[in-house]
Design a protein around this ligand. Structure first.
Ligand code: CP
Length: 318
């Protein structure tokens, strides 16, 4: 594998899942593979799970790890080409990226949507510059439009907990005080659409995701109706995508907060969320603390998805 930014990059899901469970069974099985290889993790945005699970995955494979927080201790980076650099940014990303590439074998990048310009965000300018100019295999640690390491971990988790071959999985919008990117819901939808699960997306009108991510999913504006008979509830907030509402909060309706009321109509569904989660905005204390909540095993599987991805990138090195 030469890069990992979307579901297509992982190829056949059945073999990716088989590899995930092989590694889960013996996570140090390939500890010799990364000897004398260096992972560089570049963070333009904060992280807890991605930072720790990817670092652990690299250690599972025997790799060395370097971490750079762009906003803490690095030069401020100019990211636009053609800018006269007379402001507060002393380094251009077009020099910084190939320099970073000199010091490592594989690069992971986290760079969120900025919500200034939808076209700019959806072109994935930052991670694509890393792919183009670093000379190294690059993987997403959450980019503007997708979070594939999370979605792969979500898929592993559903496969572990499902009680029937084709579960009903519901992605539900939930309220949040700040506008959040669409990367997690986009990516979750993309991965669910690549399975044969029954997949439903529910959100208030105005929160439609980009059509290329919705795919063949059923969109249901009535949250209670969507939850009926569900086997998995995946809650997430996202800001509006459509037209001139891009990046805006259109609703903070706490009727959409996942509570015992909605969970009661499900098929004893498991509750999932990528974390971090705002309790009693996204989900009530009762639901996230219930037996049906699998947010911790879901987070634990981030180590597994990252180990599979790094292993495949190591295998692809020339
Ligand atoms: N789910 C997730 O990516 O968590 P972090 O933002 O803490 O990395």
């Amino acid at each position: 594998m030469k890069k990992f930014t979307c579901v297509q990059d992982i190829g056949n899901l059945k073999s990716a899942l088989a590899e995930a469970f092989e590694i889960k069974n013996d996570r140090f099985k390939y500890v010799e593979m990364g000897r004398n290889k260096t992972l560089m993790m570049i963070f333009f945005n904060s992280s807890l799970r991605t930072r720790l699970s990817t670092h652990k995955a690299a250690m599972n494979l025997g790799m060395n790890v370097m971490v750079l927080d762009i906003n803490q201790g690095a030069w401020k980076l100019e990211t636009e080409r053609g800018v006269i650099m007379d402001g507060d940014k002393p380094e251009h990303i077009l020099e910084a990226i190939p320099v970073m590439g000199c010091y490592c074998d594989i690069i992971g990048v986290r760079s969120f949507a900025r919500f200034e310009d939808r076209e700019y965000d959806y072109q994935e300018v930052i991670i694509n510059q890393f792919i183009q100019y670093s000379g190294r295999p690059v993987f997403s640690m959450e980019a503007a439009t997708r979070h594939p390491l999370q979605s792969f971990a979500d898929l592993i988790t559903i496969e572990e907990y499902k009680k029937k071959p084709r579960p009903k999985v519901v992605l539900s919008w939930a309220p949040h005080p700040r506008p959040l990117p669409q990367a997690v819901p986009n990516s979750f939808a993309e991965w669910m659409n690549a399975t044969d699960y029954e997949f439903v997306i529910t959100h208030p009108e105005g929160y439609e995701l980009a059509p290329e991510f919705v795919g063949n999913a059923r969109v249901e504006y009535d949250q209670m109706k969507a939850f009926e008979g569900a086997d998995f509830i995946y809650a997430k907030n996202w800001a509006a995508y459509s037209g001139d509402t891009y990046g805006q909060i259109l609703s903070k309706d706490r009727d959409w907060t996942v509570s015992d009321r909605q969970m009661a109509v499900t098929n004893q569904a498991y509750f999932m969320h990528c974390l971090p989660v705002r309790r009693n905005m996204i989900v009530t204390d009762e639901v996230i603390e219930s037996q049906q909540s699998i947010v911790i095993p879901e987070a634990a599987n981030r180590e597994i998805s990252a180990t599979v991805v790094l292993k495949r990138l190591l295998e692809g090195l020339e």
